[in-house]
Design a protein around this ligand. Structure first.
Ligand code: SF4
Length: 384
C-alpha cells in the first residue's frame, strides 16, 4: 500500500476534561466540578466549527473521546458532539468512534441510550478486578462494577471493547495479576491496554509513598508482571502490537495505530494536541475556563510550534521502537539528513550486536523480550 493511501485520512481526538473524583496516580488535565460542563460542550462545538477548514481534503477515519472521563457526559451530549464533527468533516463509512468510559457510568440506561448512537467502540477504565487495588487507586468503581460493566456493554451489543488494566500495584503481586488476566480472558474482551502503576509528581500516590503509608511499586515485580501479561495474552490469541497494547486480530485500535504511524490528528478541547503528520504540532490551553472564554469570543485557544529536525527524529525513534512495526529505515533515510542517519547507524551498531535491536524487512525493532527497556533504548539513540 502506498504512503499516499495512509496520508489520505486523519483522526479527531476530543478531550472531555471532567472526572467524578481524582484517582490517586493521575496527573491528567481534568476538573472534578461539573459546573462548566454545558459551557464546555458549547465551546467544543465552536472549536469543531472553527477548525472545519483544516483537513477538508482528507477523510476522518477515527473519532476518539478521551479524558478525563467522557462517560460523565450524557449519551445525548456525546451524540451532539459526534453530529457536530460529522457535519463538518467527511468521514469513512465504517469510521471508528471510541468512547472512554468508567465502569460506574455504564449502567443499563446509559448503555441503552448509547447503543442507539454511532459509538462503536468502548474503552473501559477497568484497571483491576480487585477491590484492594481499586481502593489504592481511588477509583470511583469497585470490583463487581468492573466485571458487571463489561458484561452489560456486551449485552447491549458493544463487541469492540477494550479494557485498561494496571499492573505492579503494591496492593497486589503476580498471583493477583494472574487472576486479573484470567478474568479478562473469561470476559472475552478483544483488546487490552495495560500500564505499570507509575508514581507521577504531585499525586496523592506520591504523597502516600513519601509519608510511608504505601510502599513504592517494585520495578522487578512490574517487570515480571509485564512479561507474564505478554506471554499469557499471546497464548490466548492476542497480538502484542505496542508495548502497552494487545488485540485479537481485527480489533487493533485504529485510532492509536494511526498515532503510532505519525498520521495527522486534530485535538479538540482543553489540553488536546494536534499534529499535521509532518512538522507542526499545536496544543490547546490546559485550563477549562480560559478555553471556554477564548472560544466564546470566537477565537481558538491554541498555540503551535514547528518541530525541529531533532524533535521529529526523536519522536519517530521513541514511537517506532514501542511498536511491533518498528522504525521504517527507508522512511527515516528519506526524511532526515545524511549526517544524522550516519550518527544513528553508529548508535545502533553495538545494540544490534548485543541483540537488543534487530532489523526485519528494513524495519528496526526491539525484540519483544527487551520491550520493557524500550524507552531507555530509544533515548540512547536520540539526537541531542
Ligand atoms: S478517571 Fe482517568 S482521567 Fe480521571 S482521574 Fe481517574 S485516571 Fe485520571
Amino acid at each position: 500500500m502506498s504512503s499516499d493511501f495512509f496520508r489520505a485520512f486523519f483522526m479527531i481526538y476530543i478531550h472531555i476534561p471532567f472526572c467524578k473524583q481524582k484517582c490517586s496516580y493521575c496527573n491528567f488535565h481534568f476538573s472534578t466540578s461539573m459546573q462548566l460542563k454545558e459551557g464546555m460542550i458549547a465551546a467544543m462545538k465552536k472549536e469543531i466549527a472553527l477548525r472545519k477548514g483544516e483537513l477538508q481534503h482528507k477523510t476522518l477515519r477515527s473519532l476518539y473521546f478521551g479524558g478525563g472521563t467522557p462517560s460523565v457526559l450524557s449519551p445525548d451530549e456525546i451524540n451532539g458532539l459526534i453530529d457536530e464533527v460529522l457535519k463538518y468533516f467527511s468521514f469513512e463509512k465504517d469510521i471508528e468512534i471510541t468512547l472512554e468510559a468508567n465502569p460506574d457510568d455504564l449502567d443499563n440506561n446509559f448503555l441503552k441510550a448509547l447503543s442507539k448512537f454511532p459509538v462503536n467502540r468502548l474503552s473501559i477504565g477497568t484497571q483491576s478486578f480487585f477491590d484492594a487495588d481499586l481502593k489504592l487507586m481511588n477509583r470511583a468503581h469497585n470490583a463487581s462494577e468492573a466485571e458487571g460493566s463489561i458484561k452489560r456493554a456486551q449485552d447491549y451489543g458493544f463487541e469492540n471493547l477494550s479494557i485498561d488494566l494496571i499492573y505492579g500495584s503494591p496492593t497486589s503481586g503476580l498471583e493477583v495479576w494472574k487472576e486479573n488476566l484470567k478474568r479478562t480472558i473469561a470476559l472475552e474482551v478483544p483488546h487490552i491496554s495495560s500500564y505499570a502503576l507509575t508514581v507521577e509528581p504531585k499525586t496523592a500516590l506520591e504523597n502516600w509513598i513519601e509519608k510511608g503509608k504505601v510502599s513504592t511499586p517494585k520495578e522487578e515485580e512490574q517487570n515480571s508482571e509485564f512479561y507474564y501479561l505478554s506471554s499469557f495474552l499471546k497464548d490466548h490469541g492476542f497480538d502484542h502490537y505496542e508495548i502497552s497494547n494487545f488485540a485479537k486480530p481485527g480489533f487493533y485500535s485504529r485510532h492509536n495505530s494511526a498515532y503510532w504511524k505519525y498520521h495527522e490528528y486534530l485535538g479538540i478541547g482543553p489540553s488536546a494536541h494536534s499534529y499535521n503528520g509532518f512538522d507542526k504540532r499545536s496544543w490547546n490551553v490546559a485550563h477549562n475556563q480560559h478555553y471556554i472564554q477564548k472560544l466564546s469570543s470566537g477565537m481558538l485557544a491554541k498555540e503551535e510550534e514547528i518541530l525541529s529536525e531533532k524533535d521529529q527524529f526523536n519522536e519517530m525513534i521513541m514511537i517506532g521502537l514501542r511498536t511491533v512495526w518498528g522504525i521504517d529505515l527507508d522512511q527515516l533515510k528519506t526524511k532526515f539528513s545524511e549526517a544524522l542517519i550516519e550518527n544513528f547507524n553508529a548508535g545502533i551498531r553495538q545494540k544490534m550486536l548485543d541483540g537488543i535491536l534487530i532489523t526485519e524487512n528494513n524495519h528496526l525493532k526491539i525484540p519483544e523480550e527487551h520491550w520493557f527497556m524500550a524507552d531507555g533504548i530509544a533515548s540512547d539513540l536520540f539526537m541531542v
